[in-house]
Ligand binder design. Structure first.
Ligand code: AR6
Length: 171
């Protein structure tokens, strides 16, 4: 059985098999969690990212984690919120699904997600948390033994409260 943990913290400090990065289409770094991950992983990360050829929205690509305590980084690109009529929901769901799929491919037993798209990409937090949790629950119903631990890493008390509230509502 998989344990789902919602925590407040900095995803770069987690000693898990894979952390997820909320990147952009270039995969060449940026601000927010992407900037924090590149800063903590070191310049080798940017070097390998240069060879990945970018990433489409909703898709994911994997690299080593270099100086991070995690083993791998799964880089995904969430949708920019444009009001909800531009397939944002399906694209965000696809981010979580593709990260879980890639993590399984490398036999990860633990994976940690940030709140994809809810910072610079302005996806409304409650809606995004609902999609994140629903997608994880749906995956676990199909694949209950793939992961031991799935973490949602919230960067603020407010974000954590929202995730906890949505989890109660939908579980
Ligand atoms: N650990 C965990 N969560 C964090 C951390 C951290 N160290 N730092 C920030 N967050 P964002 P997006 C939270 O903007 O909305 C970048 O420039 C943050 O508080 O990082 O998908 C990329 O290059 C928020 O809750 O990602 C893209 O251009 C969440 O992570 C763009 O931003 C996501 O916020 C992607 O935007």
């Amino acid at each position: 059985m998989t344990e789902i943990q919602m925590i407040k913290g900095d995803i770069t400090t987690l000693k898990v098999d894979a952390i997820v990065n909320a990147a952009n289409n270039t995969l060449l770094g940026g601000g927010g969690v992407d900037g924090a991950i590149h800063h903590a992983a070191g310049p080798e990360l940017l070097e390998v990212c240069r060879n990945l050829g970018g990433c489409d929205t909703g898709q994911a690509k994997i690299t080593q984690a270099f100086r991070l305590p995690a083993h791998y980084i799964i880089h995904t690109v969430g949708p920019v919120w444009q009001g909800g009529q531009e397939d944002e929901e399906a694209l965000l769901r696809s981010c979580y699904e593709n990260c879980l799929r890639l993590g399984r491919k490398i036999a990860a037993r633990s994976i940690a997600f940030p709140s994809i798209s809810t910072g610079a990409f302005a996806y409304p937090l409650e809606r995004a948390a609902k999609i994140a949790l629903q997608t994880i629950y749906a995956y676990l119903a199909k694949h209950p033994h793939v992961y031991e631990e799935i973490y949602f890493v919230c960067f603020s008390d407010h974000d954590l409260k929202v995730y906890q509230k949505i989890a109660k509502e939908i579980y």
